[in-house]
Design a protein around this ligand. Sequence first.
Ligand SMILES: CC(C)(COP(=O)(O)OP(=O)(O)OC[C@H]1O[C@@H](n2cnc3c(N)ncnc32)[C@H](O)[C@@H]1OP(=O)(O)O)[C@@H](O)C(=O)NCCC(=O)NCCS
Length: 247
Amino acid sequence: MLGLGTLSRVAREVRRDVTAVHDRDPAARGVSSLEVLAAWPGVQALLAHRVAATLHRAHVPVLPRAISATTRSITGIEIHPAAAIADGLFIDHGMGVVIGETAEIGVDVTVYQGVTLGGNGFATGKRHPTVEDNVTIGSGAKLLGPITVGHGAKIGANTVVITDVPPNTTVVGNPGHPVRVEGKRSEGPDADWIHLPDPVANAIRDLSARLGALERRLADPGAAEDLEPSAQVRPLHPVRGQHPAGG
Ligand SMILES: CC(C)(COP(=O)(O)OP(=O)(O)OC[C@H]1O[C@@H](n2cnc3c(N)ncnc32)[C@H](O)[C@@H]1OP(=O)(O)O)[C@@H](O)C(=O)NCCC(=O)NCCS
């Protein structure tokens, strides 16, 4: 039997979900709570997850996964019934979100579409990320393995994160790397991961300059144009073991 305590807890959780939408989704300005409940897939997925998680904790067979699978087909959001989710999670848009079995999500976390909190292999036990309070995870980001994302961190859209993220750090790219710590640009000799040299583009530029010079030399053999020394192409990694091109 549902007690009064349970009903008031459910009402509090639903209010919190709707408040998270109003606070963090600019598209929800002026939208009624009823409309949010009816049309925001993130809110619907969380409501369904709470039911599935309660049944899962009570060791009810089949039903928790059936609820999770049905919710996924309606909202595009797949949350394992065993995932631990605190209050205030806001999943915007929803489609393509996967939250794995041993994932843990703290208070007031924001997740956009296409985010995966997944494992990175066939390991058992704790194998999904722990996301602390007030983290924002951009669309398409993949967080893989039993890593911890520190409170207040921001994960850029399409970032792939496979190592721990310190608190209040902005991480972007693949592999994810910090670009802001406590709002400040990261410093140090290896800090600029955004503007990396491109050795392949450099080699192609050198080769096309040399080709141009050779064409001019062919067209006018008497011209006194010095040819640049041949472009050097160095392997990026020392070749170890059997050559991959070998049969
Ligand atoms: C990462 C993010 C949270 C911005 O965080 P921030 O702390 O305000 O950082 P900044 O905007 O100052 O960007 C920091 C640096 O990372 C770069 N950057 C930002 N987002 C990036 C991304 N997704 N991928 C690669 N680089 C990115 C910026 O160009 C900037 O580079 P710089 O140091 O050369 O100037 C934001 O860019 C982002 O990706 N948000 C996700 C939003 C989203 O998914 N929206 C979907 C709505 S439907």
